[in-house]
Write a protein that binds this ligand. Structure first.
Ligand code: FES
Length: 116
């Protein structure tokens, strides 16, 4: 049990207020361990991924926080247009087809989305 010693607690990153993530809406950018990540709400669940395209490692958003295509159906990489299923992170079209985004564990507590 943590006796109040912050050095004993795992790093906790507040990603966004839960209400800020809506299905089909903008994503929330954040960092874990110095690496860029993003969170989306997909079918009511907050999900998060490293913001690193499997093709080149570059960030995916085409405008800061905008990750989805016009239909809100796929995450689209701004660099070469790869499409990813937002629920699984799997690339379904583009130069990294078959590869996947790296998942980041997030949970919702007290009206916040947090990552550890
Ligand atoms: S960098 Fe993402 S598809 Fe090429």
């Amino acid at each position: 049990m943590n006796d109040g010693d912050p050095s004993a607690a795992p790093a906790r990153v507040v990603v966004a207020e839960s209400s800020a993530l809506v299905d089909g809406g903008r994503g929330a950018r954040f960092e874990v361990g110095g690496r860029p990540c993003f969170a989306l709400r997909v079918a009511g669940h907050a999900l998060a991924w490293r913001n690193e395209c499997p093709h080149t490692g570059g960030e995916l958003d085409w405008s800061e926080g905008d990750f989805l295509d016009a239909d809100g159906r796929y995450v689209v990489c701004a660099t070469h247009g790869a499409l990813f299923e937002p629920s699984t992170g799997r690339c379904v079209a583009g130069p990294c087809k078959g590869a996947s985004l790296e998942a980041v564990a997030v949970r919702e507590e007290g009206g916040l989305v947090v990552a550890e």
